[in-house]
Every structure is written in C-alpha cells, then in structure tokens.
Design a protein around this ligand. Structure first.
Ligand SMILES: Cc1cc2nc3c(=O)[nH]c(=O)nc-3n(C[C@H](O)[C@H](O)[C@H](O)COP(=O)(O)OP(=O)(O)OC[C@H]3O[C@@H](n4cnc5c(N)ncnc54)[C@H](O)[C@@H]3O)c2cc1C
Length: 505
C-alpha cells in the first residue's frame, strides 16, 4: 500500500508538494483551514467584480532563460494561460513630475537618464546589473538537503559569470541604494521598487525577468491560477479537506526515535499518516502545532531576529467607467494624508488599474486596487474582535478618505463607485493564518541574502516544512520549488527515483 503523507495548507507550496508526491506514488491528503485553495494566492468576488489579491508578476510565465516555466508546466498547462506583459513596472509621480519605470531595460535607462542625469552612476549600476542578470539562466533550485557535489559544480559553472554582481548587490538594501540618488524624484521612485529593507539585487533581477518577458501576469487572476493547480492535484488522485484547521502534529516514539505520525484538527479529529509536511505558516507550525520542541538554532534565531514582510490593507474599488492610464501601476500623492491605524498615516498611494485583465470587471468598468503596508496586525485583529462596529466604521472611513484623496489624480470617483472593499491584516490572519499577517514571509535583507531554512527539524523524523517560511524572499516560484523539493527529499529518503510529468504528457 502507498505510504500516506498529511500536508497542512493548500497554498501553492502545499498543492505543489501534493502534486509531486502523487506523481511519485504517495497517497496524500491536504488539510486547509479556508474553503478555497491558494492561500495568499487568492481572489474574491464582490458585486460582479473579481478582486485580485496577489499576482503582480509570475516568474516563469513564459519559456526563456529560466527552468521555472518547465516546472509550472508540471502543475498547469501553461500554454492555456493567457499572459499579459506590462510595458511599465510603475509610474511614480510627485509634484507634477513623473518617472516611468519601464520593463524594457533600454527604455528604462533612457528614461532614468533623461529624468535624473545627475544620477548617472547609480543608474548605471542598476542598469548594468539588470542587463547582466537578463542573461542568467536560473537553475531550478534544489533544496539544500538534496544538493550533491555535481549540483554544486553545475551551479558554479552556470552562475559563475553572475556571482560578482549577485554578491555585491545582495549586500545593499533598496533603501541604501536609493539613498545614493541626488535627484529626489528618482530617490523616491527607487525606494518604492519593493520593500526598502530588501536587498536591491531582488528588483534588479525582477527588471531582468520583466525585460525578458518571463514574469508576466496570468489573465484570470490569482484564484483562477491556484484553482488550476488544485485541479491538477485532484486529477492526480490527491484529497483536500477544506475547513480543516490543524492544531497539532502527532508524534510517537518508534524504535527510540521521535517521528511525526499524523495531524489533529481543531475539532479533535485525528488523521494518521507516515509523513507530515507543513506548508502552512512557519511560526504556528513550530511553536504551536509542535509546541516549540523541535527547533534548530538557525530557525529559532530567524523567528527571534529577522524581519518579516509587513501585513497590509487592500483597498478595492469598482468604478462604473473605464479609467485610461499609460501605466497600470501608479504611485502618486493623495490630496491630503489619510490616517490608517495608530502607526501609519499615508500621503502617497500605490494603485493598480486592472483594465489589462478584462475578466476582473464588467465590460466598460474598472477594478482599482491599492495595497497599504502596515505592521499593526494586532491592532486590526483586536479591533475586529473587540469592537466590530468600530472596525467596520474605520474601514468605511479609510475607503472614503482614500477614494476622495485620489480624485485629484483620477477624476471623480465617489459618485461612480459601485463596489468597495477593504481587507485588513485581520482578514489576512483569518484566511491564511500567516504570522503577523505577513504577505510574503521573510524579507531577503542584505543580512539574510539567499539563505534558506532547513526543511527538517532536529529530533523529529518524517516531518518536513515547505513554502515561504523556509525560503526568504517568498513568492510563488519559491512555493513551487519548495513543494517540489520536499517531494524530492521524501522520495529520496524512501529510496525512490523522483519522477515528474508535465500536465498533458
Ligand atoms: C498582495 C500580495 C501580492 C503578491 N504578489 C506576488 C507576486 O506578484 N509574485 C509572487 O511570486 N508572489 C507574490 N506574492 C507572494 C506569494 O503569494 C506568496 O509568497 C506565496 O503564495 C506563499 O505560498 P505558500 O504556499 O508558501 O503560503 P500560503 O499562501 O500562506 O499558504 C499556506 C496555507 O496554509 C493554510 N494554513 C495555515 N495554517 C493552517 C492550519 N493550522 N491548518 C490548516 N491550514 C492552514 C493557509 O490557510 C494557507 O492556505 C504576493 C502576496 C500578496 C499577499
């Protein structure tokens, strides 16, 4: 009989682990607390609009200089996806001026040099790194646990030409890189490339991928994307239990060693298995489901010292007409500052005009979304729990004030609103259980670099972790790779040759 694997979480990492284990003859069962697949890679319906809650860019969206496309093809028939490639990453506006951050490297260089000629050196550093990385063929990362000497040599040969720049720019944060700019508009535009604490190598590589058109957006949005992987998993014979929150990972002593042997749901149901994978939130897995009993120094130090991506509010508006815009992502000043929560008052807003995906809004209308970062997850969770009417009122106030604050730039909006929605960190925690409502796990800071956390914990056999909490930087590709990696590791430990198949093979 096939050995059984319990998987906690039907995010991209859990679904990916499930698919690859099914391909390798294991019997898997996923437990997911929500009623939908995808975890953070999600979307929701409101008044005829599909609010997209995740994908800005999908690395490996097309064949090219990366092996990720081939891996996605093992989960989804990528040829069936329609991919949209943006011309402009974002348009940054301030005091009547703008900088267009083009995805084409040549156009980007010319735009930046025209707008900030005094920053020729900084621009040169960014552009030459992005150009170099655009030739890089990233190997499909294997987990550290499976790395052989041959893999090491192969990686060195492939990555050798890029190591200098990778090393240099992974040690500089976006904030420090931006601080070198003399031109205030360019400085602000650079600061907004991603979170300021992140190593600048990350946006440099992203620009390279965008330039190569291998990081596009799948039309239909994030939930549809997750559902395609869910369908693949079910067709491979996997089983998913939705509404199944795991509160404990069962362990037992077998021949003198402690090993995972199943999971217990919040309702007290026991599900026995030979292996357990947690592709769910890292903090609750280690410190709650396993009671903090199995932990290595590196992992413990991460949870005590390293920086997580913040949580966020997502404002979504349905506007009853088309909003035309040169760029779908815009950052611009609000007419007046808006207080978000005790620690945050914003004076700029970063929005997406989703007209590039006609499936998200009724014809002739526009879905607009804005992400507002905050680390006030506890404030939002407590407010929702202890004073629900104030929570609702605060949401209404923020929706109103931000919408009004955007009218100077986008024209009249309030009379044209036919859908409004604001999710908060309390929403993120409720539906995904991510620690501090984080949107992507650990920030790849200069200190953390390309480091990974182990997939296995000391003193506990047959237990594995996958997903964004073991892969700093997070993202969909790392979720895919770590799910694939954990399946490879279990197969290897069982003495099985790891096999994969593409969707339509
Ligand atoms: C707004 C936003 C934009 C993003 N944009 C991009 C982008 O453009 N490109 C990109 O690559 N990445 C992007 N990301 C990041 C990416 O979505 C995540 O890094 C990735 O989806 C993480 O996948 P995961 O499977 O590791 O974790 P998750 O998606 O968090 O999945 C974990 C799953 O486990 C479940 N779970 C948790 N605890 C339990 C429990 N106790 N019992 C049962 N189930 C449990 C959760 O409900 C969840 O479904 C974005 C994220 C956000 C929020």
């Amino acid at each position: 009989m096939a050995e059984k694997v319990s998987i906690i979480g039907a995010g991209i990492a859990g679904l990916s682990a499930g698919c690859y284990l099914q391909m390798n003859g294991f019997q898997t069962e996923i437990h997911e607390l929500h009623t939908l697949p995808g975890g953070l890679c999600t979307g929701w319906e409101r008044n005829g609009y599909t609010i997209d809650g995740c994908i800005h860019w999908l690395v490996g969206s097309r064949p090219g200089n990366n092996s990720l496309y081939n891996a996605w093809n093992e989960l989804i028939d990528m040829k069936q996806l329609s991919i949209y490639d943006h011309e402009i990453f974002y348009r940054f506006e301030d005091e009547g001026n703008c900088i267009r951050f083009y995805n084409n490297i040549d156009r980007l260089e010319s735009e930046l040099l025209t707008k900030a000629p005094e920053d020729k050196l900084v621009i040169g550093d960014y552009i030459s790194a992005a150009r170099k990385f655009s030739k890089m063929n990233l190997p499909l990362g294997k987990p550290r646990e499976l790395f052989t000497l041959a893999d090491g040599i192969d990686a060195l040969i492939r990555m050798g030409p890029y190591l200098g720049k990778l090393n240099k720019w992974s040690k500089v944060s976006i904030a420090d890189f931006a601080a070198r700019c003399k031109n205030p508009l360019l400085r602000k535009a650079m600061e907004n490339l991603f979170v300021p604490e992140m190593a600048v190598v990350f946006p440099m590589i992203t620009t390279a991928w965008m330039n190569n058109k291998t990081a596009g957006y799948p039309i239909g949005g994030s939930l549809k994307f997750s559902q395609l992987i869910e369908q693949r998993y079910l067709r491979l014979g996997g089983k998913i239990n939705y509404h199944s929150r795991i509160k404990e990972i069962m362990t037992s002593d077998i021949k003198g060693s402690r090993q995972a042997c199943g999971v217990i749901t919040a309702d007290g149901l026991e599900h026995k298995s030979d292996y357990v994978i947690s592709a769910a939130d890292g903090y609750s897995t280690i410190y709650e489901m396993l009671g903090g009993k199995y932990i290595d120094k590196k992992t413990d130090s991460f949870y005590k010292n390293e920086l997580t991506f913040s949580s966020y509010l997502q404002l979504s508006l349905g506007i009853d007409h088309k909003i035309e815009s040169e760029a779908s992502s815009l950052i611009f000043p609000l007419t007046k500052p808006v207080r978000i929560d005790p620690a945050n008052t914003i004076s700029d807003i970063s929005i997406r005009i989703h007209s590039f995906d006609p499936t998200l809004a009724p014809e002739g209308k526009t879905l607009l979304t804005a992400l507002i970062p905050t680390r006030e997850d506890e404030y939002w969770t407590n407010l929702r729990m202890n004073d629900y009417s104030k929570y609702k009122a605060e949401k209404e106030r923020i929706i109103h004030e931000i919408t009004e604050g955007m009218e100077n730039r986008l024209g009249s909006l309030l009379p044209h609103l036919e859908m409004k929605d604001l999710s908060t960190p309390a929403t993120v925690v409720r539906y995904t259980n991510n620690w501090k409502g984080s949107f992507e796990g650990w920030i790849m800071t200069p200190k953390v670099g390309f480091g990974q956390l182990p997939m296995q914990l000391p003193g506990l056999k047959n237990f594995y972790m996958a997903g964004q909490w073991i892969s700093p930087g997070g993202g969909l590709p790392t979720a895919l790779i770590s799910g694939r990696g954990v399946a490879g590791l279990i197969s290897k430990q069982r003495g099985k040759k790891f096999v994969t198949s593409v969707v339509n093979s």
